[in-house]
Design a protein around this ligand. Sequence first.
Ligand SMILES: [Ca+2]
Ligand SMILES: [Ca+2]
Ligand SMILES: [Ca+2]
Length: 241
Amino acid sequence: MWGVIGVRRNRRLVSGALVLGVVCALTAPSAASGALVFSGGVLLTAMNSTYTAPLTSGPYVYVTRENISTGERDVQVYDRRTSAVPTQLSPADGHDQYDHDASGDRVVWTSDAEADSEVWYDDIGDATPPVKITSNAVDDFGPAIDGNWIVWARGDVASWSLYWKNTETGVTGMVDPNVATVRPQEWDVDRGRVVYWDEKVAGTRGIYVYDLESASERTVTTMAASTYTPGHLRMHGDRVT
Ligand SMILES: [Ca+2]
Ligand SMILES: [Ca+2]
Ligand SMILES: [Ca+2]
């Protein structure tokens, strides 16, 4: 069983995977300036900044910006309609905020400002400041958002499980209550359904889709763990890719 150290280690693995996926999907950032090259032009460039994990949603481009001097990471948003300098969403507090996901003008991220990590949420379209949607003594990380639904991993002493919150109703719950040899991996949420992969039975890995409103789950596919590791899972409508 993994302890808290194991949870933190795996959180880093999740973060690394997300960054790697972005690098593959887009032109690699310039090593010299940290500028993000996008559609043949420079979208974001600033002194002392490295931009990672760009994510477009509507007119917005959400990024994690690292201050090269201090190493502090913060979540920022760039509005393509105004082309103004990015707005920083997370506090310049000397702590890291990162691993953002967005749905239109709604954005979530992980914050390391406290002893254990917490998940924050903001709707940049309203005047309400960002709110912390978790408050506990274990790690919360890897938030994904679509519409009213937020899904993230909540670390327990031994491992983690996927939790969800409906921002409209305030209701929260757990996606995957089973205790498995491998914890839920590579989750995504779309229209109230969560996709993830897991090893619920030792030796067998499966891709699962959990419906948050009906609390029902279907198995998309399973295969032997010795020959099969699911890739970068995405949920979109009725499709899992
Ligand atoms: Ca910060
Ligand atoms: Ca707001
Ligand atoms: Ca926490």
